[in-house]
Design a protein around this ligand. Sequence first.
Ligand code: DGL
Length: 273
Amino acid sequence: MTRLEEDPGNSRPIGIFDSGVGGLTVLRQLLRRLPSERMIYLGDTARLPYGTKSRETVVKYSLKNTSFLVEKGIKCLVVACNTASSLALEALRQAFPIPVLGVIQPGAERAARLTRNGRVGVIGTVATIRSRAYEEVIRTVESSIEVVSVPCPLFVSLAEEGWTQDEVTYLVAERYLEPLRKRDVDVLVLGCTHYPLLKSVISGIMGEKVRLVDSAEEIAVQVRNLLDQNGTRNAGRERCAPKVYMTDSSPHFLELAQMILSLPATEFEYVDL
Ligand code: DGL
């Protein structure tokens, strides 16, 4: 019998939360890399956006979301929101006795490794950019890297609206991304889990030579490594359908979530926190 099979706790789910549907880009990557893990996702759609709110409020919402997931018996938590990862990670680690992973560190480390000209762009919500969380990690890896950070708050609404290829999105993106093009960054971190939904517009404007770092992909690798290191992978072989909770029951979010995940077996449920 393997070490994994000895521990029934390994079949406990992984908890994931975001302010809305953006974190589903993280869930999608986690399902790709860890198909036999059970996953519970919470999208706090009633209180979206987080990116314009104060640290205190984001910490309060994040603690509430995590309590809900911990009550469901999760074995680890993935904060699939850059804003909450920038502002609330320490508070969550202190409050809950489970491993808590955020999206900033893996994305920042990847960007620092990828750049060839030493100029990295970071786009995110106002709160994420103001926290300077990406800059700090990137400079820990390589202190000489120049980091150009630009908040792009309208991207969240455009993604939530489902306007992933729209000409309005293109115009907004051109304006936001201009300073990054001028500074000739060769790597751009999509520092908000909503932004991968706009990837084709963003890469169309930045050009194919600029490498985009998707925090969703990076965190999925880190979660797999964590489970392997701790010996807490689910030993089961069956593919598990995720369970998705939303704090607002709007049909619009449901449609969008179904489109992003494109998994017919996903169970959706409204929850009042
Ligand atoms: N998806 C969240 C993030 O990664 C931002 C969306 C919001 O402002 O709530 O920061």
